[in-house]
Design a protein. Sequence first.
Length: 211
Amino acid sequence: MPDDAKRELVKMLAKRDIPLIEDDIYGDLHFDGARPRPARAFDRHGLVMLCGSFSKTLAPGYRVGYVAPGRYRDAVERLKFAQTVATPTLAQMAIADFLENGGYERHLRRLRRALSEQVARVSEAIAEHFPQGTRISRPRGGFLLWVEMPPGKSALELHDRALAKGVSVAPGPIFSAKQRFTSCIRVSCGYPWSESIERGVRTLGQIASDL
């Protein structure tokens, strides 16, 4: 979302005193240009609850995240305690030390370069193996591609056939409450490029062509 749209969104919500929960878990994984500004940067009334995580940048198993809850801090703390009681203290302390000594920034620089290369490789493979007319998103960060197949191709059928061959993708309809995006899939580029990944993309392309 462009900065102007974020600014307008926050302004619109502020007029009606409506809070915004902002999911910024991929913000640190930008690899094209400057880091995107969160909507929280335009908040002047404490209405934006900015949520982030180290699960996408360090390791999913750490289960450590954070929230800047604005005016809702007391309520968020109560809910956090009621839901989890305790937190993974050792993992939090290790990550805090990693942040303080600069290790996290060095890690992010390497990770961004790796993700940029992986996204490019998977994009090239999709362009080569998927049917003509397939459109691919051009993300400026993260490790996910949104792939739109030609009209008439069923993402759900592709998902089922691919899963039977050991290849998993996320079909577009699961991202819509109204079953939209029927010809779209989300593809992860989070794993390093390998023969296995190339074989998986080729399999997806063959199935898509046969639909």
